[in-house]
Design a binder for this molecule. Sequence first.
Ligand SMILES: [Zn+2]
Length: 178
Amino acid sequence: MREILIRCTGALPSVLLGHLWVLLTLCCGLSYRPSWRRFVASATWRPWVEARWRSARGNPYATTIGHGTIYPERPSDTQIEHEEFHLLQYEDLCFAGVFVGGIAALFDGPVGLGVWLSSGAPWLLPSFLTSTIRYKTRRNTFEAASYRLAVFEIAAYSATKKHIDGRSWLRVFRESYA
Ligand SMILES: [Zn+2]
């Protein structure tokens, strides 16, 4: 219920972006089997996309832009949890967007609205840039430097890493404190 409340208020720009993203991939024939749950759109990469959209180690990517995720044919539980963690990050950024946009709106309403609408996933783009500046070397590929070492990705990988009892750290913390 709280999750839906967040998605229908401050995080609305991310919900809209996610639905556009999934719709676009469906219309372009990149994904299929759309589904919709708690204001999150998802679909599955078509096999020919999945065969190409993979990490250097050959693992197929899931991709979450806003509240829209395209999964490979058989995503692991960890992969699903990882993508869902990104939703939390986007929601937090959208709520930052409410405040930053609200302050901007005091001076210029449309600019303030634009700031809020741009919040969420687009606000993570600078993190790719700083990570590239920090870590790109001749040895480090862009995948490693710009994506794997970006702080928001490290946060998602760390949160969904399995604890010794088989639960993810995210679940351990949620079950301990939430
Ligand atoms: Zn990720």
